[in-house]
Design a binder for this molecule. Structure first.
Ligand code: CU
Length: 356
C-alpha cells in the first residue's frame, strides 16, 4: 500500500492555483443558490442487513443547527480490512472521507504542542474554508483562518503526503451505507466536507474526527465481490447485467489523476427517482463550485445518494455493500462536470441475489 498520494498536486502548485483562484474570485463571484429542498425521507434502508467477520466502525452523522459532528463507535481499531458504516441521523447528505495523516504532521503537531486533530484543522481545514469563502459572494473570509504560518505555500509541506484512503460515499438523509477498506497502522482524519447553507464545510463546523489504527492486522477477510466498478482517468467501467438484491461492489482504482478541482476521482451511487440531470449533479459534487456540495437541514442536494467509495490512490480496492432494488441508478464521480464521469444502469425485476 502506498503511503504517498501520487495525484496530489505539490504544495507549491496547490498554492499557485489557490492564489490564482482567489484573484479570479475577487472579480467573478457567483451567487450562492441552494439545491432543491428535501423531497422525502425514505424509510427504507440502503445498507446491508449483516456483515460478518469484519471490523466495523459505526460513524453516526448528526447535526443540530450550526453544530455538525461524527460520533465514532471506536477511535482506536486494529489494522486490516475495516468496514465503515455511515449512519446518517440527519436529513442532509454526508460522507466519510478517510485521509492517512503523514509523519510530518505528527512531528509538526508535537513541535507546536498541539493535539493532532487541532493541528490538522488549524493548518488544513481552516485554510480550505478561508479559500472557499473567497469564492462565495457576500461572504467575508475569517482572517483568523488564514494560514499565516504558511502564507507562501498556503498549506504545510506535509499535506502533499497525506494519503486518501476511501470511506463511505455520499449517503442521503436517514440512510445507512457501508464501505470496506484495508487500513495500515497510523492516524486517520475522518471527515465530511459537504457544506452547510452558508458554505461552511461540515468539517469546519465540527464533522471531523481522528481515528487511530494500531497493531497487527485483524483476521477480517477481504470481502468477496458480486459486482465490479473500474475507475480510470475520466472513465467509469461498470457491470450492466445486475440482479436485484444485496451486493458487495468492488471499486477498483485502476488509475488515479488530479483534476481541476485538485482532487482525484472516486465513485458514488445515486438511486434515480425520475428525470436526472447528470451535469448539474456533477456540478453540485464539485467543492470548488460556490454552491456545490451544499446540503443542510431542508437542503438534501440532488438525488438520493446511497453510498460509494471515496477517493484512493491507484492500485487500491474498496468494497461497498448495498441493497439494489429494481430501478434506475447512476454511478457518478466527484470530479468537475466537464470530465463527464458518470454511468447509468438498470436493476431489473427478477430473482434477487441470495443476500439478506
Ligand atoms: Cu456532512
Amino acid at each position: 500500500m502506498t503511503t504517498r498520494t501520487p495525484f496530489n498536486p505539490t504544495v507549491r502548485s496547490l498554492a499557485v492555483v489557490i492564489v490564482s483562484l482567489m484573484a479570479l474570485a475577487a472579480c467573478d463571484r457567483q451567487p450562492v443558490v441552494g439545491p432543491e429542498p428535501v423531497v422525502s425521507e425514505r424509510p427504507d434502508h440502503a445498507g446491508p442487513a449483516t456483515v460478518s467477520n469484519a471490523n466495523v466502525v459505526e460513524v453516526i452523522a448528526r447535526h443540530d443547527g450550526p453544530d455538525y459532528e461524527f460520533v465514532l463507535s471506536d477511535d482506536v481499531i486494529p489494522a486490516g480490512w475495516t468496514t465503515f458504516e455511515l449512519d446518517n441521523h440527519s436529513s442532509s447528505t454526508h460522507f466519510v472521507y478517510l485521509a492517512r495523516v503523514p509523519d510530518g504532521a505528527i512531528t509538526g503537531a508535537s513541535d507546536e504542542g498541539m493535539d493532532l486533530l487541532e493541528y490538522w484543522t488549524t493548518h488544513i481545514t481552516r485554510p480550505f474554508q478561508f479559500f472557499m469563502d473567497t469564492l462565495i459572494d457576500d461572504k467575508a473570509p475569517d482572517m483568523a483562518d488564514f494560514p499565516t504560518k504558511y502564507a507562501d505555500t498556503f498549506f504545510p509541506y506535509w499535506f502533499d503526503h497525506a494519503t486518501p484512503m476511501g470511506g463511505p460515499g455520499f449517503t442521503g438523509g436517514h440512510l445507512t451505507s457501508r464501505t470496506t477498506v484495508n487500513l495500515e497502522a497510523g492516524y486517520y482524519i475522518v471527515e465530511c466536507y459537504v457544506k452547510n447553507a452558508e458554505g461552511d464545510f461540515h468539517s469546519y463546523d465540527g464533522m471531523i474526527s481522528l481515528l487511530e489504527v494500531r497493531g497487527q492486522p485483524s483476521n477480517a477477510n477481504e470481502p468477496r465481490a458480486s459486482m465490479h466498478v473500474h475507475l480510470s482517468t475520466g472513465e467509469i467501467d461498470v457491470d450492466q447485467d445486475i440482479r436485484p438484491g444485496l451486493h458487495t461492489v468492488a471499486v477498483h482504482f485502476d488509475e488515479q489523476s488530479a483534476y481541476s478541482h485538485l482532487l482525484g476521482h472516486d465513485v458514488h451511487l445515486i438511486r434515480l427517482d425520475g428525470d436526472w440531470d447528470a451535469e448539474s449533479t456533477a456540478d453540485w459534487m464539485n467543492w470548488m463550485v460556490p454552491d456545490g456540495l451544499v446540503s443542510a437541514d431542508g437542503m438534501r442536494g440532488p438525488g438520493t445518494f446511497v453510498g460509494g467509495a471515496q477517493t484512493m490512490a491507484a492500485g487500491n480496492t474498496a468494497y461497498m455493500t448495498v441493497r439494489l432494488e429494481p430501478g434506475e441508478y447512476a454511478w457518478v464521480s466527484e470530479v468537475p462536470s466537464e470530465v463527464g464521469m458518470w454511468e447509468t444502469f438498470t436493476v431489473p425485476f427478477g430473482n434477487p441475489t441470495g443476500g439478506r
